[in-house]
Ligand binder design. Structure first.
Ligand code: 13P
Length: 253
């Protein structure tokens, strides 16, 4: 069974104005056949830029995604956006359960589960984020925390074309810190085992991204780790040069 094609995904978080379109255009221009032969490229801008970026990306190998979804299709939910709306705006994927939303908005695994089902209903791939805090890592519970998040966030019926897992240790996000390669390899291998145990051969094809202070200087080492099928990149995805440098570090398979 071949390993999954890597995915390099940018999470712009609450960054980016219409004036940022030059960076996105540079990403499209830099997505050469050689580069997209190695990895799929996805950019998740704020929703205000989704349609604009989707229009720019039309006909290019770069895809656009969203950063969150509501669970319902439509209705009296002021300020929220449904997965159908995101798909209509041009998204092909949506990030769910990012640790910033889990922390700031108290998003639970049950909510992430429901959001994933909503994404699938609308035809979007779901990128489910999991990861431990510094205190949990220090207490030796990182693996059990991730196990619990996966067990309760990932719905039955997941397939390798619509489920992506992003392992993002919370203490590594935006801090410049990263786990050791051995720790990343152990966690990703364990996530792979859990996916295969639950979904059989489909689990082998599911992409497991690493996220947390991924940058051009550490991408080569991290992206070469077994069962690291690409990255979910925050800060370094805002600049085309950095984002493309990370994508170029994906090993040729
Ligand atoms: P940084 O790459 O800025 O650490 O953010 C990672 C992240 O949270 C991506 O979702």
């Amino acid at each position: 069974m071949p390993t999954p094609k890597p995915l390099i995904a940018g999470n712009w978080k609450m960054n980016g104005l219409r004036a940022s379109k030059g960076e996105f255009e540079a990403m499209i221009a830099g997505a050469t056949p050689e580069l997209v032969g190695r990895a799929d490229i996805l950019v998740c801008p704020p929703v205000t830029l989704l349609t604009l970026f989707a229009d720019f990306a039309a006909g290019s190998p770069v895809s656009v995604g969203a950063q969150d979804t509501h669970t319902e299709t439509f209705g009296a939910y002021t300020g929220f956006l449904s997965a159908e709306m995101l798909a209509d705006a041009g998204a092909s994927a949506v990030i769910v359960g990012h640790s910033e939303r889990r922390a700031i908005l108290d998003e639970t695994d049950a909510m992430v589960h429901a959001k994933t089902l909503a994404a699938w209903r609308a035809g979007l791939a779901a990128i489910i984020c999991v990861g431990e805090t510094r205190a949990e890592r220090d207490a030796g519970t990182a693996v059990s925390v991730v196990e619990r998040q996966l067990a309760h966030s990932v719905p039955d019926g997941a397939t390798d074309d619509r489920l992506v897992i992003a392992y993002e240790p919370i203490w590594a996000i935006g801090t410049g810190l990263t786990p050791t390669s051995a720790d990343i390899e152990y966690m990703h291998g364990h996530i792979r085992d859990l996916l295969v145990a639950r979904f059989g051969v489909e689990g082998r094809g599911m992409r497991i991204l690493y996220g947390g202070s991924l940058k051009p200087s550490n991408a080569k080492e991290i992206l070469a780790i077994p069962n690291v099928d690409g990255g979910l990149i925050g800060g370094a995805s805002l600049k085309a040069a950095d984002f493309l440098a990370i994508a170029s570090a994906v090993p040729a398979r």
